[in-house]
Design a protein around this ligand. Structure first.
Ligand code: PNS
Length: 161
């Protein structure tokens, strides 16, 4: 059974993430999408909501499951017997840091990293930009799964007096 993990903050999941997740899921028997629990960084959505949005966005992919982790990613990989990390690469800017983490994760625990270049149509997407645009009333419906767009609009309405 070939298994891999696609880790990230996913605050929130974008169409760029879904591109990488769906293409990676085609390469493995099981793909776990793992959301980082970062006590030092609250984020817009809490971890439970990020996971629920991910489950909805990947419901069409039968071999994808969603989990969360805290601490070192390689510890989660060892505990769950997952030998491969999958990461999307948007542009050269991503590469330097991702390469460093990939080399470190292999040194720490022998865990390999597979880089998946994002589709050009979503290479400019990031959760941060999506949140910024949505917060100021911009339309992000074409950048994120429908459920994420609904939640972003609802959050903006909650915060607008
Ligand atoms: O979506 P992000 O924020 O770019 O994801 C980064 C993430 C969660 C994959 C990375 O920060 C991570 O693996 N954090 C867990 C802590 C860890 O293992 N650090 C050592 C990396 S060599």
């Amino acid at each position: 059974m070939r298994r891999a993990v696609c880790p990230g903050s996913f605050d929130p999941v974008t169409n760029g993430h879904v591109d990488v997740i769906s293409r990676s899921a085609a390469l493995y028997d099981e793909l776990v999408v793992a959301v980082l629990v970062n006590p030092g960084k609250a984020g817009l959505f809490d971890v439970e909501e990020r996971m629920a949005l991910l489950r909805e966005a990947t419901a069409h992919l039968p071999n994808v499951t969603v989990d969360s982790f805290s601490g070192l990613l390689v510890q989660w990989c060892q505990a769950h017997d997952v030998p491969v990390i999958v990461k999307g690469l948007r542009a050269v800017g991503d590469f330097e840091y991702e390469l460093q983490m990939a080399q470190m994760n292999r040194e720490l625990a022998g865990i390999e990293t597979l880089f998946v270049p994002t589709a050009p149509q979503v290479g400019h997407l990031s959760s941060s930009l999506v949140k910024q645009i949505a917060a100021f009333g911009g339309d992000v419906a074409h950048l994120v799964p429908a459920a994420v767009n609904e939640r972003l609009v609802a959050k903006r309405e909650e915060e607008t007096p």
